[in-house]
Design a protein around this ligand. Structure first.
Ligand code: ZN
Length: 265
């Protein structure tokens, strides 16, 4: 009996595993884009309806400007690197939301939100690009689908989204919000160190290919660290410590600088 169960579990794992684009890390990938997009569209629309969206300020325009420039560059980069289907899967939207929270996120499909609370730390377009690159990297690497897969397996024993919604819609929604980095106060799924470092690594390249100086990334994280304990989990508590994050970024800097230099040619 035990053997049979092992076989079944192995079957699910083999069926549900894939590799993260660009980094090649193996992951559990049981929730597809098609499955998660209706939830994304519904939740993004809900956020825009409930929160105050800031469009006509300098900051509101900067978020859209940096977002569009990065989206173009990242799509070109993904096509060039052999991932045209990922480039095509995005239907970008960029919004700045009035909130004291020091936060930003990017849902699957490229639905981005920045909160006004993070803007003083970004300082300028390059600072915005550090955060934008990191958040877009979470989406390109499909971290929220991976978290969703793991969260469903942990709570329902299986990661079929439709049956989870059927069984317990509110728990499924809570897992989803955690997966995309909104419902952090529930503390169920933490953003793993692995995902954060991966988003830093890809984000550094994304800002560079979009023509933003990657050397500003470690400088930004120093400013963020100096901000102290007010930041939400996406940016501090479960993140790698600022020192190890900055050290990793600096290790990856020579490669990022090559992309940055090529972007201006
Ligand atoms: Zn992150």
């Amino acid at each position: 009996m035990k053997k049979i169960i092992t076989f079944i579990a192995l079957g699910i794992m083999l069926y549900a595993c894939s590799k993260v684009p660009l980094t090649g890390r193996a992951r559990l990938d049981a929730v597809s884009d098609e499955e998660i997009m209706p939830l994304v569209n519904e939740q993004y629309a809900q956020v825009l309806k409930e929160e105050k969206v800031v469009t006509n300020t300098k900051d509101g325009q900067a978020v859209v400007r940096v977002g569009k420039r990065m989206a173009d560059a990242v799509e070109k980069f993904l096509i060039q690197e052999g991932y045209p289907e990922i480039a095509e899967s995005f239907d970008w939207q960029f919004n700045l939301i009035e909130s004291e929270q020091v936060n930003a996120w990017c849902m699957p499909g490229g639905k981005v939100a920045f909160y006004t609370g993070i803007m003083p730390i970004t300082l300028d377009d390059t600072g915005i690009a550090v955060v934008m690159g990191h958040e877009v990297a979470h989406a390109v690497a499909a971290h929220s689908r991976e978290r969703m897969s793991n969260g469903l397996v942990a709570n329902f024993g299986i990661s079929i989204l439709s049956s989870a919604i059927g069984q317990n819609p509110s728990l499924t929604q809570a897992i989803f919000l955690q997966s995309v980095g909104i419902g952090s106060e529930l503390g169920m799924l933490s953003f793993s160190r692995k995902h954060e470092l991966e988003a830093d690594e890809l984000g550094l390249i994304f800002m560079a290919v979009a023509g933003y100086d990657p050397r500003q990334a470690p400088v930004f994280w120093e400013r963020m660290a100096a901000k102290g304990g007010e930041a939400p989990p996406e940016f501090l508590s479960t993140h790698p410590g600022p020192e190890s994050r900055i050290q990793k970024l600096n290790q990856q800097m020579p490669k990022a600088l090559e992309y940055y230099e090529a972007s201006s040619k």
